[in-house]
Write a protein that binds this ligand. Structure first.
Ligand SMILES: [Zn+2]
Length: 361
């Protein structure tokens, strides 16, 4: 990547333009909780400054602290006491940002017996005054991540990237959007899915009985997202959800994404184009990334446009040591800079996603 002054200056100007559009008013927000550092509230950089990433309120240090906090709880598989502690931490944070938080506890059958799983949703209403809203405020954009970690008995798996990184970025996005006066015409649901990971070692190794349709056994993965879509159907709310964005494994120091082959093309196009405009074209590559299943699938099956941003196939060391689902998925692989790149790309993409959804009505 080139780092000459001109390129940097261009990125700075682009960021300033993008964020001056996206953020109305002062982007300070509350700085309480982990990573709080009031000394960091520097004024917005002038175009001559080299502090390019300082121009959005997404706090890289704070996000990294949120990853560390999760890792400190230890392995966090669905149904574990450690995940319960993590959940209480997440809920406490979300409430401290002023968000309305709800939980949905359910007890699915798994290959290891019934497990207590809990999805978490934090709701953020539109910020545009009602008289100016021409999009009914019941229209929802979901931004999501799973927060459980994969169960491994043979080694200690703390899931710094999978799913510590995306859980942290989702929390920091929620904080920024709730406190930084973003101009939003949609309701946002920040959704933390439980039970994304399979309880058996491999993703499709096991299945669960399906009493409603014995010939079609249920998968041993994506418990939380399948439950979420089911609940939306039951409440007759599927049509409220206009787009679903999933973050998964987004904190690696050597950040690099391909386009997930299942995701909705228009969502991929907007996010990848935005990344290029912010100077991250070498990170958001145009190659295809085969993911083979994730929490966006149940939404796609239900007819909801969805996007998965995931670094799956190349989460490994330069010498080829695999970090995905290994003991190597630890905090030292994660950088605050990477977390912020994804956060900034998301924040700059959302106004365009909203505009596109409004134009499609
Ligand atoms: Zn995983």
């Amino acid at each position: 990547m080139n780092s000459d002054g001109e390129a940097r200056r261009h990125v700075t100007l682009t960021l300033l333009l993008v964020f001056s559009f996206a953020f109305v008013g002062c982007p300070g927000g509350s700085k309480q909780g982990p990573g709080a550092n009031s000394a960091n509230t520097a004024p917005a950089p002038s175009p001559a400054s080299s502090a390019t990433v300082a121009s959005s309120p997404f706090d890289s240090e704070r996000a990294l602290t949120l990853v560390r906090k999760q890792v400190e709880f230890g392995p966090r598989p669905g149904g574990s006491a450690q995940l319960e502690q993590t959940r209480n931490f997440i809920i406490g944070e979300l409430k401290s940002y002023g968000l309305k938080v709800s939980t949905d506890e359910f007890h699915p059958r798994t290959p290891l017996g019934a497990k207590k799983l809990v999805n978490i949703t934090a709701e953020l209403p539109p910020s545009v005054p009602p008289s100016f809203i021409d999009t009914p405020s019941h229209n929802v954009i979901i931004i999501s991540s799973h927060y459980d970690t994969k169960l491994f008995k043979k080694f200690r798996f703390v899931g710094a990237n999978d799913a510590g990184s995306s859980t942290a970025v989702l929390m920091e996005l929620a904080r920024v959007m709730a406190t930084a006066k973003t101009d939003r015409r949609f309701t946002y649901w920040f959704v933390f899915f439980d039970g994304e990971e399979s309880f058996c070692e491999e993703w499709e190794q096991c299945h669960n009985a399906n009493p409603a349709d014995p010939k079609t056994p249920l998968p041993d993965n994506t418990y939380g997202s399948r439950r979420y879509v089911e609940q939306l159907e039951n409440r007759n709310e599927l049509s409220r959800v206009r787009a679903m964005i999933l973050l998964d494994m987004i904190g690696y120091k050597d950040l690099n994404f391909g386009r997930d082959d299942l995701s909705s093309t228009w969502l991929l196009d907007i996010v990848w184009q935005t990344a290029r405009e912010l100077g991250y074209g070498s990170i958001f590559e145009d190659r295809i990334e085969g993911v083979g299943g994730d929490d966006h699938e149940p939404f796609l099956r239900a007819g909801i446009d969805a996007l998965d941003i995931i670094q799956l196939s190349n989460y490994r060391s330069p010498s080829g040591e695999e970090y995905w689902h290994t003991a190597g998925d630890t905090l030292d692989k994660i950088s605050g800079k990477s977390l912020k790149i994804v956060g900034d790309v998301m924040l700059a993409s959302l106004p365009k996603i909203e505009a596109r959804l409004e134009s499609k009505r």
